[in-house]
Design a protein around this ligand. Structure first.
Ligand code: SOE
Length: 388
């Protein structure tokens, strides 16, 4: 039966929980989805915090157990923004209960779990999407259009960087993102996953990979309190072991013959959220920097002689994907808008029974590449992505 409202249950209320809550609020205000969105309930373990989040972010209700959230028959969609070690159990249970599932990246702690999640959503025949939000920046959509139209010609290179510095201080505590059991991996799965997804989206499938990684600070003080990405440790706190990579670099050969290089690090002092990439083809190049996310640089080798150079396109014109839903041309948008766009697409896919993208299959492909890089690091050799 076609519903006129899709009700959401959100698991997690911190950084991503807030970004997703904001997205559900804004979709109906700036876009015209085919159905209404009901912000039914938000879920978190700490009752005082989740209650406060429910009130502040505009949820009708809250739950302190995700099992109870999933049991509710007034909920159609389960959106998972909890730490990565919870993704698998929640997603599989949600799918079994017939809920559509949205899950933050990386899909799971490892490839095996990611595959189980994909099998569960397929078996239950529910819609599924993964939170590769950067795909939804208008400038990246424009990059995709230029490539699909052949404006770059044959693609030769993808050069991606994801640079952050929030854990450079050795006294920054041992937060969940630095614990392999909770996060799966460090900069690799958290930051590298975004680059991998963008490279697959824009260039194509990976054939083989080889990588290197390092954990520069091996022990850190145990965490006292964490909010978003910031955290504090108490003076003289006990030390614990960092079990993930601080930085992972790798090379790839794409199936279409292009070459790729990737660097994901939390030790790039001075860089806060420096995600950037460049793609070079036989007829042109593009460059993107997230901290200037409204802009795309484009070079065309076919420009008139004497006028060659990178042009700076501001992707805020009505012709640019999603831009017409917001403000007049030149009135730039930001990080949170990428989440609004991804949620709009997810809601429309459910309402109109269309395919979702990126879906759990993309999550599995990304996990396969992440894991192939890890195997290559362990064995110090090239690894075929399809061999895993
Ligand atoms: C933290 O490193 C983080 O918030 C990632 O988890 C996000 O996916 C990325 O978009 C920004 O950095």
């Amino acid at each position: 039966m076609k519903k006129d409202t899709l009700n959401v249950g959100l698991v997690g209320y911190k950084f991503m929980g807030k970004a997703h809550s904001n997205a559900f609020k804004k979709v109906g205000m700036f876009f015209d989805p085919s159905v209404k969105i009901g912000m039914k309930a938000i879920c978190g373990r700490d009752e005082a915090w989740v209650k406060e989040a429910a009130e502040k972010y505009g949820w009708e209700d809250y739950e302190t157990s995700w099992e109870d959230l999933i049991k509710r028959d007034d909920i159609d969609i389960i959106d998972i923004t909890a730490p990565s070690n919870f993704h698998k159990e929640i997603a599989i249970a949600a799918a079994k209960a017939g809920k559509h599932v949205f899950c933050e990246k990386p899909l799971a702690l490892n490839l095996k779990d990611a595959r189980e999640m994909l099998a569960a959503v397929k078996e239950a025949n529910v819609k599924h999407q993964i939170g590769f939000n950067y795909r939804f920046a208008p400038a990246i959509q424009l990059a995709k259009k230029l490539i699909d139209e052949g404006k770059l010609g044959t693609i030769y290179h993808f050069r991606g960087l994801y640079l952050q510095d929030f854990i450079v201080d050795p006294n920054f505590p041992l937060v969940w993102r630095l614990d392999k059991k909770v996060a799966g991996s460090g900069s690799h799965g958290d930051l590298g996953a975004h680059l991998i997804d963008l490279a697959r989206f824009l260039v194509g499938e990976f054939d083989e990979v080889i990588g290197m990684s390092e954990t520069f600070i091996k022990k850190r003080p145990l965490v006292e309190k964490m909010t978003g990405l910031s955290a504090q440790a108490q003076e003289g706190a006990q030390m614990g072991e960092v079990t993930v990579d601080d930085a992972t670099l790798f090379l790839t050969r794409f199936k279409n013959g292009a070459l790729g290089s990737f660097e994901a690090t939390r030790f790039a002092t001075g860089h806060k959220n420096g995600m950037s990439f460049e793609i070079n083809g036989s007829k042109g190049s593009i460059k993107f920097e997230f901290e200037r996310m409204n802009e795309l640089q484009y070079y065309s080798a076919e420009d008139e002689e004497g006028l060659h150079g990178f042009r700076l396109i501001q992707a805020t014109e009505d012709v640019h994907p999603y831009a017409d839903a917001w403000w007049p041309v030149g009135h730039v948008i930001g990080y949170e808008h990428t989440f609004v766009h991804e949620m709009y697409e997810f809601i429309e896919a459910i309402a109109k029974d269309k395919p979702t993208s990126p879906d759990f299959h993309d999550g599995v492909k990304c996990s396969q590449i992440l894991e192939a890089v890890e195997v290559s690091i362990e064995n110090r050799q090239w690894v075929k992505v399809d061999s895993l």
